[in-house]
Design a protein around this ligand. Structure first.
Ligand code: UT7
Length: 324
């Protein structure tokens, strides 16, 4: 018998306000046609005053706990993946812990930008398989609208706000790829590219929050290569082939990136969960938001194989393969 990390519940939260491409065209020189053709994005949710990374994370976490039929007291580790914390410190995870009324276990944040949720799930899986945690909340929560330069049309049209969460619980399996739970995790980074996608401020440099800056074309090029490579690596290490995977739940950055990676691996588009048309790029929140949508509308069923993947600032990238 071997320890496995089973995904028992999913939940998500979105700010009430929706900003369409038409709305954004009133702020910067852009058009619905350009945004849809280059990215596939039609709308995104934008946090209002009082809606923060913390409040969205808590709402998503409560829904994931309800879905798993578990109580906050069952959780012994909370991991929040975010690049837009409510405060520089303490960790958003400890703020979520307080709001859930949890006083035991541990809580910390993970900073891997858009790959944060994949990094968080990987850490949770290692804690569980190492016997140091039994029930982990992994949350991706972001309010990127607050670090965007709303005068920069090359970035402000791309991102949105939201949160998604999963409850991962220790279970046992035979150690084969037929087990339920996380079967493979692969994470990578290459710090040579720190300036390609970054925020131009911080506590120790400018003493400000800063704004997101991106060399879009460069990121795009690396995204397709790195994502396709880590997907292939993860599937192969599980002793499987792409045709075995039921659902691909990718980080939602750009529809052309999803199509490009799918083509490289010979994956048909009807097996890709796409929510970026309605959410935009929500960074660490995008995978659990898409996962929640596909679990709740019945596409992802118990026993099916789901491959999640992401690439983000750093560069960081990775993939997690799980059987639901
Ligand atoms: O989540 C982390 C990972 N992030 C990503 O994966 C994002 C990766 N990058 C991308 O998705 C794409 O590179 C973008 C969507 C950001 C840009 O698409 P692109 O096809 O690479 O466009 P581009 O940057 O080459 O720009 C093409 C043209 C330029 O005009 P010129 O120089 O050809 O005259 C831009 O100035 O489009 C112009 N442009 C815009 N036009 C209207 C750039 N942004 C806009 C805009 N509206 N919002």
């Amino acid at each position: 018998m071997s320890l496995r990390s089973a995904i028992e519940g999913v939940g998500s939260a979105l700010p009430k306000r929706i900003m369409t491409n038409a709305d954004i065209s009133k702020i910067v020189d852009t058009s619905d046609e350009w945004i849809v053709e280059r990215t596939g994005i039609k709308a995104r949710h934008i946090a209002a005053e009082g809606e923060t990374t913390r409040t969205l994370a808590v709402e998503a976490a409560r829904k994931a706990l309800d879905h798993a039929k578990l109580a906050p007291g069952d959780i012994d580790l909370i991991i929040v993946a975010t690049s837009t914390p409510d405060k520089t410190f303490p960790a958003t995870a400890t703020q979520v812990q307080a709001d859930l009324g949890v006083t035991t276990g541990a809580a910390f944040d993970v900073q891997a930008v858009c790959s944060g949720f994949v990094y968080g799930l990987t850490i949770a899986d290692n804690f569980i398989r190492g016997g140091q945690a039994k029930c982990v909340l992994v949350i991706g929560s972001e309010t990127f609208s607050r670090i965007l330069d709303w005068n920069d049309r090359t970035t402000c049209v791309l991102f949105g706000d939201g949160a998604g969460a999963v409850v991962v619980r220790a279970s046992t399996g035979l150690g084969t790829n037929q087990d339920r739970g996380i079967l493979q995790c692969q994470i990578h980074s290459d710090g040579r590219y720190v300036d390609k996608l970054h925020v131009d401020g911080g506590p120790s440099t400018t003493k400000t929050v800063g704004h997101l800056r991106m060399e879009g074309r460069e990121v795009f090029k690396h995204a397709v290569t790195n994502i396709a490579s880590v997907m292939a690596e993860t599937i192969a290490k599980a002793g499987l082939v792409p045709a075995d995977i039921d659902w691909f739940v990718p980080h939602q950055a750009n529809r052309r990136i999803l199509e490009g990676t799918a083509r490289k691996l010979g994956i048909s588009e009807d097996r890709i969960v796409i929510t970026l048309d309605q959410h935009g790029n929500t960074s660490a929140a995008s995978i659990p938001l898409a996962l929640d949508a596909a679990v709740r509308d019945g596409r992802i069923k118990k026993g099916q194989l789901v491959l999640m993947e992401a690439m983000g600032g750093g560069f960081t990238w990775g993939a997690v393969l799980a059987r639901f």
